[in-house]
Design a protein around this ligand. Structure first.
Ligand code: PLP
Length: 429
């Protein structure tokens, strides 16, 4: 009998000490109206809670654990590393090793700066873009999430393009005003915006495969248009590949779609499950970053040896096995195809969208191309599907607006089991 009694107690206690009982809002399960399992351990593609439940994990710490949890080589490297001390605040050989590895996967990242989170990465990349171009305005797409720095916590207004309105109390209106927003995948809207504001735009930042309104691929011509417009108007194109890097393809979305961004942000996988992220681009641009140049950026724990060790071990394994990305993608395709078939059998209208090893099952009768489409999904059906799966050992992201992930450890048997549970869940809808 599935129970979360201990987790419920733990959640109550946690709420007395931390806002909402969590350290990042989505973990509270508010969007699915229940209490979250409290996790005690994870291994391979499994995650375990304090109530003794075992789940096949498609959240994977929101993406990082592409090799599965507690990968033995990564764990061994970390065990050795901690014995040498956990932080020095001084240069190490490891950082250059990691930078070289990143460049091997993403050759456009000629120089990088290591940071501690995806939020820092996008925040810093935007500062570089503004410092480099001498302009203030930035463009983001509605429904894309780039972390929680002030100027990026801005969502849409209606119409083709709106001046930003803060998404959260505490974000000054003046800061948000420089963030222009347009609908994702809307080529006409971005052309229109550049025609009016092109001279003032420092950068366009985009999830080249959107993952934060669920998995939404770019329509043909969208990324190409961004490249063309930014180049023509002297603005920088920033690919936020914090999520889709190493997932859209081995070289991220930039390799998959053949577009060269000016700056790239990476996080999640690049740190192998530790707090580590990075931004980078051409030597010419990155040499403007302090201390080589005047644009300030810094961090006490940036380039931390433990985080570098996890990242290096993870990237090394990915590099040594050139078939790994294809295999994970095939597993994702197999699961997605199976989900489509099972839903069709019960006449449930769904769109199972995937790119590489990211996927989302949308309860929608038409393809989801942007945030409005995602918002129009049947959220009640999603909730029921989610809860049925959770209580039967399948751990999906607890929101229709999230992407799920596949790892190298998900076996065909695990996928079969997942599909069997999905079929039962569809039958209840
Ligand atoms: N950019 C993207 C595309 C993300 O998906 C996220 C987090 O999910 C971030 C940035 C922020 O990263 P972090 O949560 O490490 O600050």
């Amino acid at each position: 009998m599935y129970t979360l009694e201990k987790s419920k107690q733990a959640f109550l206690e946690a709420k007395a000490y931390m806002p909402g009982g969590v350290n990042s809002p989505v973990r509270s399960y508010r969007s699915v109206g229940s209490e979250p399992p409290f996790i005690s351990s994870a291994a391979g593609d499994r995650i375990y809670d304090i109530d003794g439940n075992e789940y096949i994990d498609y959240v994977l710490s929101w993406g990082p654990m592409i090799l599965g949890h507690a990968k033995s080589e990564v764990v061994a490297a970390l065990q050795e590393a901690v014995l040498r001390g956990t932080s020095y605040g001084a240069p190490t050989l490891l950082e250059t090793e990691v930078a070289k590895k990143i460049q091997a996967f993403m050759p456009h990242m000629e120089m990088v700066r290591m940071v501690n989170s995806g939020t820092e990465s996008t925040m810093s990349a935007l500062r570089v873009a503004r410092g480099y171009t001498g302009r203030d305005k930035i463009v983001k797409f509605i429904g894309c999430y780039h972390g929680h720095s002030d100027c990026l916590l801005v969502k849409a207004g209606s119409g083709l393009a709106t001046f930003g309105v803060p998404d959260s109390p505490g974000v000054p209106a003046g800061v948000a005003a420089d963030t222009l927003t347009v609908p994702y995948n809307d080529i006409e809207a971005i052309r229109d915006l550049f025609q009016k504001e092109g001279h003032a735009i420092a950068a366009v930042i985009v999830e080249p495969v959107a993952g934060n309104m669920g998995c939404v691929p770019p329509v043909p011509g969208f990324l190409e248009t961004l490249r063309e417009l930014t180049t023509a108007h002297g603005a920088l194109l920033i690919f936020d590949e914090v999520m889709c890097g190493f997932r859209a393809s081995s070289g991220g979305a930039q390799k998959k779609y053949g577009i060269k961004p000016d700056l790239t942000c990476l996080g999640k996988i690049v740190g192998g499950g530790l707090p580590m992220a990075v931004f980078g681009g051409s030597r010419e641009i990155m040499n403007h970053v302090a201390p080589a140049g005047p644009i300030y950026q810094a961090g006490t724990l940036s380039g931390n040896p433990i985080a570098m060790t996890a990242g290096l071990a993870t990237l090394s394994i990915l590099q040594q096995d050139p078939t790994v990305f294809k295999r994970i993608e095939q597993a994702t395709d197999m699961l997605c195809e199976g989900l489509r078939e099972r839903a069709a059998k019960y006449n449930i209208p769904v769109q199972v969208q995937s790119v590489g090893s990211m996927f989302t099952l949308f309860f929608s009768d038409k393809p989801v191309l942007n945030f409005d489409d995602a918002s129009a999904c049947d959220m009640e059906a999603f909730k029921k599907f989610f809860h049925y799966n959770l209580s039967h050992g399948i751990y999906y992201a607890p929101s229709q607006y999230e992407s799920n992930f596949m790892s190298a450890m998900h076996s065909p048997q695990d996928i079969e089991k997942t599909l069997a549970v999905a079929e039962e869940a569809f039958a209840t809808l």
